[in-house]
Design a protein around this ligand. Structure first.
Ligand code: ATP
Ligand code: MG
Length: 414
């Protein structure tokens, strides 16, 4: 989405954008990395079709995407002499062309119209049925075309279209593949910095625009990180933090304790990998009253003396948290929401992938990490969770403990 104030009609398209804009195939499938300039080249193309008298639609996955595009189009409408209908998000051009901006929120409301040209932005993040049952038929009667723009999202319908566009016998189709590096206006150093701070699979999908199979798993080979001793005992100079995930009726409450290496521990007196944050304890309870669970947590803290405990603060968590605070524990709440859970889990996944954190070889934890999934939602964003019927309490406790590692510097030790 053009987030800057630069008009899509005034920018000079870069060579890769020009290749897309000047192609004439009926169906153009464009798989590109983030910030390549997909939306900009799409806007340029659809605007010129509408100016040439065509009936056009822009389809975006969410209302927010659609609104940004609509605003960018309105800025240009007046100079092109187009009338603006705000209520239906429609531009009417002097030569009879029109341009309507829609979001995919209400799929059925999209049925019915015949079209001359269609742009689907972030196409891979829309359901296959939208293309097959609704959009493709709208282009049939007039034999008109479409521009499908997206970052890849696994081997779904957008990938099928992309493969079709690579087949020379499919003359009406053409595919383009560009990474974020193909936008000469993005500094290479910026992309390298992003590469360092992004999980490998995410970088390959989002910036290199690779179609990756089986992307549901979040944690790749977690057993590789299980290099910590299975048993550990606290030592006087140790700095510890903990994460707590409260169990609901059928779930477990899980507590994970991590040791944070103190500066002095980076000396040669210890084996080199001991300078990494290391898991030292995992406890898991089910079927115990809250007061018994709190006593177990107090006993665990008595043993490890964590500088910080980060605990989920949902409806069950809140009263437990307050009771433990009253008992003098350095416990802080973490509000788990759809928005906060993603970064929490992604940070843990990145740490494990980079070998920044050593785990104990706990079978339950390793099994839960292996099974943990991310699911791209039809209208954008990801949902992170255990597969149906499985647990994720140890994953959440570990993720909270890892977050606590980052926050620990700002609290005092006991
Ligand atoms: N050829 C160009 N010249 C100058 N600026 C450009 C050019 N193409 C795009 N931009 C600017 O670069 C930014 C990213 O462009 P755009 O939103 O089109 O990329 P995108 O691939 O759709 O990004 P996203 O992955 O976030 O959806 C915007 O601010 C846009 O105005
Ligand atoms: Mg875009």
């Amino acid at each position: 989405m053009p987030s800057s104030s630069r008009s899509f009609r005034r920018v000079r398209l870069h060579p890769a954008q020009r290749a897309i804009a000047s192609a004439s195939e009926r169906f153009r499938v464009v798989a590109c990395g983030r910030r390549f300039g997909k939306t900009t080249v799409g806007l340029r193309t659809i605007f010129s079709h509408a100016q040439r008298g065509r009936e056009c639609w822009w389809l975006a996955p969410t209302y927010g995407n659609a609104l940004q595009v609509w605003r960018a189009l309105c800025v240009e409408a007046a100079s092109a002499g187009a009338a603006i209908s705000q209520s239906v998000r429609l531009l009417d051009f002097p030569g009879g062309g029109s341009l309507c901006v829609r979001s995919a929120r209400s799929l059925d409301a999209l049925r019915g119209a015949g079209l001359d040209f269609l742009v689907v932005d972030e196409a891979a993040h829309l359901p296959a049925t939208l293309w097959e049952d609704i959009l493709r038929p709208m282009l049939a009667d007039r034999r008109r075309g479409a521009l499908l723009l997206s970052t890849p999202n696994g081997l779904n319908w957008f990938h099928d279209c992309f493969v079709r566009g690579q087949d020379p016998s499919e003359r009406e189709w053409r595919s383009f593949h560009f990474s974020s590096y193909d936008n000469p206006r993005i500094a290479r150093a910026e992309l390298e910095a992003l590469r360092r701070h992004t999980r490998d699979a995410t970088f390959r999908r989002e910036y290199l625009a690779e179609f990756l199979p089986g992307e549901a798993g979040v944690f790749r080979e977690p057993a590789r990180a299980a290099t910590a001793p299975p048993e550990a005992t606290p030592h006087a100079q140790g700095h510890y933090v903990a994460g707590i995930d409260w169990g609901r009726s059928q779930d477990y409450t899980a507590v994970v304790v991590l040791e944070i290496p103190a500066g002095s521990d980076r000396s040669n007196r210890r084996p080199p990998d001991c300078s990494l944050p290391t898991m030292v304890a995992l406890e898991r309870y089910r079927g115990l009253s809250w007061s018994v669970q709190r006593s177990r947590i107090l006993a665990l803290c008595e043993r490890w003396r964590p500088a910080l405990l980060l605990a989920e603060a949902n409806s069950i968590g809140e009263p437990n948290l307050e009771a433990l605070q009253d008992d003098g524990l350095p416990i802080r709440p973490f509000q788990t929401t759809a928005r906060s859970k993603g970064p929490l889990i992604e940070a843990l996944a990145l740490a494990l992938e980079r070998g920044d954190l050593r785990l104990q070889p706990e079978p339950t934890l390793l099994a839960e990490l292996s099974a943990y999934q991310q699911e791209r939602l039809p209208l954008g964003g990801y949902r992170y969770r255990a597969p149906a019927g499985a647990h994720d309490d140890t994953v959440m406790a570990l993720a909270l403990a890892w977050r606590a590692c980052g926050q620990e510097a700002s609290v005092h030790f006991w």
